[in-house]
Design a protein around this ligand. Sequence first.
Ligand SMILES: NC(=O)N[C@@H](CC(=O)O)C(=O)O
Ligand SMILES: [Zn+2]
Ligand SMILES: [Zn+2]
Length: 431
Amino acid sequence: MTDSTSLLITGANVIDATGERLADVRIADGTITDVATGLTAADGEHHIDAAGLTLTPGFVDLHTHLREPGKEEAETIETGSRAAAKGGYTAVVAMPNTDPTQDSVSVVDFVRRQGQLAGLCDVYPSGSITVGRQGTQLTPFGELSEAGVKLFTDDGNGVQDALLMRRAFEYAKGLGVTMAQHCEVEQLTGGAVMHEGDCCSHLGLPGWPSLAEELMVHRDIELVRLTGAPAHFLHLSTMKSVELVRAAKADGLPVTAEATPHHISLTDELLRSYSAIYKVNPPLRTMDDVTAVREGLRDGTIDAVATDHAPHVPESKEQPLDQAPPGMLGLETALGVCIAHLDMPLVDIVAALSWKPAAIAGIDDVHGRPVAVGEPANLTLFDADVSWEVVPAELASKSRNTPFVGVPLRGRTTHTILDGTLTVENGTPTR
Ligand SMILES: NC(=O)N[C@@H](CC(=O)O)C(=O)O
Ligand SMILES: [Zn+2]
Ligand SMILES: [Zn+2]
């Protein structure tokens, strides 16, 4: 079914921000029209028997690299949206390190429109903080914000200049938009291919010290204290970063943070293979860091799981470690990694995948909503118990650079519903 006629989902375990219960849910014309028990399918109504499955608001990815415009050989907005839908996502925030950069209204409008044309997932373009992500001149925040941009980031790089970042926060405060930082002091990471630590010294490879991340987390927390503007921290990876954010929240500062599936499941030991599949920014860290990031998610210091889905063509990842680009796929495996690797109640895992990131993205009027009558039907249905392994050839993404081959996953999306229409049915995209 690709058109939105009436759809009935029965017997699902429904989880949303209001809690957990068994219910039947009817959807018509993009809206939830019934939530009850004992509903039966009308003549001709599409019926999904969801006994044993979990129904939640659709997932929201705060951090997706869709690569279009500029690197369509690695991913397009259509293929990335399809990967998102397969992973249970109904919305993604598209990162700005495209070519041209998402630093103007015309480029962000193009990205949003391509997302609408693909029709598989709502695509919300971020805007870059600086023109061309060059770190020297601020983009027209006012125009971009009027064009619907709510999250600004130079992701791929952090903003190195503290004065420019201070100004960015000051403008952001007036406009009600959020600055999202890729925390990396580049003077400390030149030439790095992996986490700086025992494993790195043993392999004799150039290291990316935890301090390079933590210094910028600290700087931006203090800029938030100074300006009162909100900050979101992208892909946090170290124990000390988690501690800094925990302390900032305890001080009542408006900071939020995300962690990736790979930073809660994989460590720097994987670089012993010298495979560039495991090269990522920030790098895979130690088990102590993994444990601290998981604890950050458990206690709410880290608000969201965000994939940092970063597709790269095979030829680029087959290069030696020092030449290969950093980045890993994430959209189709995120749920499976989270359930397998986070010792948290399922409701808290779904919170980190859905309504908490929806609020950070400023799209919580449409996504991450309660499963209730009158709400927009952006929903995910998944099997929380199924164990599976990723097969790269079966990915919807145009790229194959998943680090999760051979990693046990638990939990997989069966159906995704965008604005009342099935984008994924029985695990298969509908378009
Ligand atoms: N995470 C990565 O290793 N790579 C990202 C950039 C980024 O998120 O910093 C990419 O665009 O490939
Ligand atoms: Zn980044
Ligand atoms: Zn990124």
